[in-house]
Design a protein around this ligand. Structure first.
Ligand code: MG
Length: 400
């Protein structure tokens, strides 16, 4: 075993739920010893796969898979220009696969390698939506009946939908919404939900960077009476200084970070205590190695974790989130999107939710596997998601 080396690295693409997923598989010179990691940048899956196979594979074959930290550090600077969602995701696939291998070598689940369980399972939140407040309430109640206690509530998706748009002639095609109508609708929604549901259920909301900064300040203040668990992405990453303005004006808890790809983005928000929850997408920041350090940094400043957990995350990435959730004293909440039966067949050992908590397999490593023959049944597609082409009523393109 002292001669253990990386023998092969491959990117495996699959879309069992119609969402492009990228998984990296690392095989070693020890027969049967391999690891898998999530490298899902769903809108650029081919570019990540190419980075893994054309650049990372020749760089890493023959190296010792036990040297996770050294591999992370050297892979990140191997192109001199570093970070960015493509390279970070490619490195994440490798990094998680190495942690998976490390766990198998130690005969321990990854949460034990990270210090052991602080809790038996991670509380999750689900997404509730509807066309009007009553429909959102009905959706929330459906989830409450299934055992969930945390619900993110939107009305008509990001930025809302049911608006009378006043647009100029020949306005370009796009996913139109009216920021002002949206901002006015949200306090009405939460007034309705709190009055009907009482104070026991935790409610969340995602602005998804859809408002001008001062409008986000105003909305955060208006939502304060409804005691949100958190308000997410009130601002785009380009406007982080505005968090100080929100912070100075209300005590609505703030969550931020799913678009971050560099420590320079999260560092000031955490060290100046301008947010309450860090929301990074673990594969987009480079995997478990940087995420564990980020969680520890947050702990020192009283910031809790709420790792990004949407559908465009493989069950391998979801498992990595949960191993970190279980071992972090400052865990806050885990976002959760349920996987279909098909996805569960492709990924045996996929994490499972029971009564509002998600459980990860106790098998060594990440505890989730990939059935490559089943994965091949669900090829990826190359279509851009329409919602990224967001426009406001006069046709101006804005952050989605
Ligand atoms: Mg979000």
């Amino acid at each position: 075993m002292s001669e253990l080396k990386i023998r092969d690295i491959r990117a495996i693409l699959t879309a069992p739920d119609g969402i492009n997923l990228v998984v990296v598989k690392i095989e070693t010179t020890e027969p049967g010893l391999y690891g898998i990691g999530c490298a899902t940048f769903t809108q650029r899956h081919l570019t990540v796969a190419n980075t893994v196979e054309q650049y990372m594979k020749p760089f890493l074959v023959g190296k010792d898979p036990r040297r996770i930290e050294d591999i992370w550090q050297t892979a990140m600077v191997s192109s001199y220009w570093r970070n960015g969602p493509v390279l970070n995701n490619a490195i994440s696939g490798i990094d998680m696969a190495l942690w998976d291998i490390k766990g198998k070598l130690a005969n321990m689940p990854v949460y034990d390698l990270l210090g052991g369980k602080c809790r038996e399972a991670a509380a999750v939140y689900r997404h509730a939506d509807g066309r009007d407040p009553q429909e959102v309430e009905d959706c929330v109640r459906k989830y409450i009946d299934q055992g969930y206690r945390y619900l993110r509530c939107q009305m008509g998706g990001y930025g809302g939908r049911d608006h009378t748009l006043h647009s100029p002639e020949n306005a370009l095609a796009g996913a139109y919404f009216d920021p002002d109508a949206y901002a006015r609708s949200v306090p009405r929604l939460f007034e309705h939900l709190r009055s009907r549901l009482g104070g026991e259920i935790e409610l969340l909301h995602d602005i998804h960077e859809r408002l001008a900064p001062i409008e986000a300040v105003r909305l955060a203040k208006q939502l304060e009476p409804y005691r949100l668990f958190f308000l997410e992405d009130a601002l785009p990453p380009e406007q982080l200084e505005w968090f100080e303005t929100i912070r100075s004006q209300c005590a609505t808890p703030l969550a931020m970070g799913e678009l971050f790809v560099h420590s320079a983005e999260w560092m000031p928000l955490i060290t100046r205590r301008l947010i309450d929850f860090i929301r990074c997408h673990i594969s987009a920041i480079g995997g478990l190695t940087p995420a564990e350090k980020l969680a520890t940094l947050c702990e020192a400043f009283g910031v809790r974790t709420a790792w990004h957990g949407p559908g465009d995350l493989s069950p391998v990435g979801a498992a990595a989130n949960i191993h970190l959730d279980l071992s972090s004293p400052n865990f806050g909440i885990q976002e959760w999107s349920e996987y279909s039966e098909k996805a569960r067949e492709v990924f045996p050992g996929c994490p499972e939710v029971r009564n509002g908590y998600v459980y990860v397999s106790d098998k060594p490593g990440l505890g989730v596997d990939l059935d490559e023959s089943k994965a091949a049944l669900y090829p990826c597609h190359n279509k851009l998601p329409a919602w990224t082409l967001a426009r406001i009523p006069d046709g101006t393109a804005i952050r989605p």
